[in-house]
Design a protein around this ligand. Structure first.
Ligand SMILES: [Zn+2]
Ligand SMILES: [Zn+2]
Length: 376
């Protein structure tokens, strides 16, 4: 028999408003039952949900969402994965959180039972999407394989929650998971960045967070690259701690990094642009034995100068998401106000206007960086 939910838990209504994905690029506002938390889960009353580039992929094309073994269309699936809120109800046996706690969430709970989950690499869970039918391994990645945050409520595994302080705004708290991705990237690069040079290529939300986090961890110098179109973002990058910004429309990017590092090349490159030649450029801007973390990727396969990578002992890593509890460490840095993350937030829309929010993010209307759906 399940333990009864705690007495003070019973505040969630029976039904809620939620956006669901119809066909590609078709979002519908519907009423759905409010989900109920199971063991090791809580119900989160969502406060704000940021729009991410990956949401645009999911809504238009499907992957990396995987719902009931296939594309996420016409399955009553709610997208949205970068959200924060308040704990509204506790599942049986949960004492890690209390009703009323303010939390930011990470996306992936994983299955908790595969080799990768056991190693803390739950964003690379080998049972990704296996949460249905007779292959139900309990995998959760909200907004990808389970319902996400463009709704009034969502269920989260306790492992995916991190408390955020009262003086962090809802909008800023949605950015905790973005900073978590950066910390995970720096983890796989080797972790210690104080006094080492970090080049961040591409000033999107993750790139700008990369600048803030690298600077907070003592990297020196921190270099941010972008194009003429990114002028405003490069300015924000300076405010987040970039020692140098490079407009690659004006200066060849490898030459610029070599100038800044006095011909040595950088220790680390955090590739956040997804530009077709970004890996080759990164390979030529790191020092011999340097390390590159690929956070973004081009849409089509690209030729890579493998001989240069091998003959210069250059390490290349790819990461997905925010493994190894990086989100908790990111939340700690942000709670300490180590960098002004809120500069990334440019627009807010109410829940009723999710399609407009998505259009602002997709088309970069009014120079949008992080567009946030605010529930109330
Ligand atoms: Zn995202
Ligand atoms: Zn797993």
């Amino acid at each position: 028999m399940n333990a009864p939910a705690r007495a003070k838990d019973s505040r969630a209504p029976e039904r809620m408003k939620a956006w669901v994905l119809g066909g590609p690029d078709e979002l519908l506002l519907v009423e759905k039952p409010v989900p109920r938390p199971g063991a090791a889960e809580v119900l989160v009353r969502i406060g704000a949900t940021a729009v991410c580039g990956t949401d645009l992929e999911v809504i238009s094309h499907g992957p990396p969402a995987l719902v009931q073994g296939g594309l996420p269309f016409n399955k009553n699936f709610t997208p949205g994965h970068e959200y924060m809120g308040t704990v509204a109800q506790l599942g049986p046996g949960v004492d890690e959180f209390d009703v009323g706690d303010r939390v930011a969430v990470e996306i992936h709970a994983g299955c908790g039972r595969c080799e990768r989950c056991r190693e803390g690499m739950y964003t690379a869970c080998v049972n990704y999407g296996m949460n249905y039918g007779d292959r139900d391994k309990g995998h959760r990645a909200n907004g990808f394989t389970t319902d996400g945050g463009f709704a009034e409520y969502a269920v989260n595994h306790v492992n995916t929650l991190v408390r955020v302080p009262r003086d962090m705004s809802d909008e800023e708290a949605t950015l905790v998971v973005t900073a978590g991705t950066v910390i995970y990237g720096l983890d796989v690069l080797g972790g210690l960045v104080a006094g080492q040079s970090v080049v961040v290529t591409g000033p999107g939300a993750i790139g700008l967070m990369g600048v803030g986090v690298a600077k907070a961890l003592g990297a020196s110098p921190v270099v941010l690259t972008g194009t003429e179109r990114d002028r405003r973002r490069l300015e924000i990058g300076r405010k987040l701690g970039a020692d140098e910004v490079v407009d690659v429309s004006r200066e060849e990017v490898v030459a610029a990094v070599m100038r800044i590092t006095r011909g040595k090349g950088a220790h680390y490159v955090l590739e956040c642009s997804g530009a077709p030649n970004a890996l080759n450029d990164a390979a030529h801007m790191v020092s011999r034995g340097g390390r590159i973390c690929l956070v973004a990727f081009p849409h089509a396969p690209v030729p890579v100068d493998v001989a240069h990578l091998v003959s210069n002992n250059i390490y290349v890593f790819g990461i997905r998401g925010e493994g190894r509890s990086a989100t908790r460490r990111a939340a700690a840095l942000m709670a300490q106000k180590r960098f002004p993350a809120k500069l990334l937030h440019t627009h807010s829309f109410p829940l009723a206007e999710v399609p407009t929010a998505i259009r602002y993010a997709a088309e970069r209307i009014e120079d949008a960086i992080k567009v946030v759906v605010k529930m109330r």
